[in-house]
Design a binder for this molecule. Structure first.
Ligand code: MEV
Length: 338
């Protein structure tokens, strides 16, 4: 082991276009946001993996068993995923680990809090040894996060690792640069959801009506292709109608919620160019796109006035951060895509 302490942090995400359909291989566009989960790993003498956090979950894993200290049974799956992430990062010569997680990402609202926790946890533990680059960390985090989200696409871990705006499909991604700022607003319905349950619900929809689902998926792909072009060209205004149509498709496959509909409506009335569910839906969060920063703060203010949590969001171009940094891999330094 090279270091006794290491820290890593990974950002939240929004899905701009293509959630749910991405599970079946359709591309999605994702953006990392400027809210982070930080994991600090420390080598300890006890044969224990001790997880502590400010997100309401804590436990000690030792000798094949678990003692949950915070969060009760409801926290078990998240803790198992984080424990799995720690184990993936572990190398020889380490008796135990204390992992401390701190997060400014609200959980269960579609902002990728579990992906950020898994990416940060694998990376912090791996940084004790300084062995692996981002690609390995990302793939490991995808496996750990599947403990929580079941049959997930892996998209959330990719954007949390690489940052910026990514076009993602089936474990491959490319960066999408845009010459314009995207003034985004993220509003929460206040209803926590289970991504795994929503993904299962969409699977049932697809099994019941494969023809309709593939029509929707084809349209989601076209939307993603147009959005990619408009982002690259800086045609921000053109993204609004695409967001609205994407939202309708999500409603069709059953993942909207009356509160999501209300938030989309509120954002449009407040002057948004477009708005849609972001992430799994079933409550969770809605993103809106504004024409300017001033418009974004006006939208957030109006949504808050109706009693919802609503924040302006900036895109985080950095993704995973680690201390100590890994210098052996050029990908680590540049963040260049695979
Ligand atoms: C969840 O943030 C995004 C979903 O598309 C699921 C996934 O991609 O695994 C709903």
């Amino acid at each position: 082991m090279k270091n006794m302490n290491a820290t890593a942090s990974a950002p939240a995400k929004v899905i701009l276009f293509g959630e749910h359909f991405v599970v079946y291989g359709t591309p999605a566009l994702l953006a990392a946001l400027n809210r982070r989960t930080t994991a600090r790993a420390r080598a300890i003498e006890q044969e224990t993996i001790a997880i502590r956090s400010d997100i309401g979950v804590s436990a000690d894993f030792a000798h094949g068993g678990v003692r949950i200290r915070q969060g009760g049974e409801a926290a078990k799956t998240v803790l198992e995923a984080i424990h799995n992430a720690v184990q993936r990062g572990l190398g020889a010569g380490c008796k135990g680990i204390q992992l401390d997680l701190k997060s400014s990402i609200p959980a269960g609202v579609g902002l990728g809090s579990s992906a950020a926790a898994c990416v940060a946890a694998v990376a912090a533990v791996d940084s004790l040894y300084g062995r692996h680059g981002r690609r390995w960390i990302c793939k490991s985090a995808v496996e750990s996060e599947r403990i929580i989200h079941g049959n997930s696409s892996g998209a959330d871990c990719y954007v949390s690792t690489y940052g910026g705006i990514l076009r993602y499909s089936k474990g491959r991604y490319s960066r999408v640069e845009t010459p314009k700022k995207l003034p985004l607003v993220v509003s929460s319905t206040g209803i926590a959801h289970s991504t795994a349950a929503l993904v299962k619900g969409v699977r049932r929809f697809r099994e019941a009506d494969p023809g309709r689902f593939s029509e929707f998926a084809a349209e989601a792909r076209t939307i993603c292709d147009s959005a990619t072009k408009h982002l690259r060209a800086g045609n921000v205004k053109q993204l609004g109608p695409l967001m609205l149509r994407n939202h309708e498709l999500l409603r069709e496959i059953g993942v909207s919620h009356e509160k999501s509909e209300e938030l989309v409506e509120l954002a449009l009335q407040a002057g948004a160019l477009g708005a849609k569910i972001t992430g799994a839906g079933g409550g969770g969060a809605v993103i809106s796109l504004a024409a300017s920063r001033a418009d974004a703060s006006e939208i957030a203010r109006k949504v808050r006035r109706k009693g919802y949590l609503s924040i302006e969001a900036e895109i985080d171009s950095e993704g995973l951060r680690r201390q100590p940094a890994l210098r052996r891999f050029s990908e680590e330094m540049s963040g260049a895509p695979a």
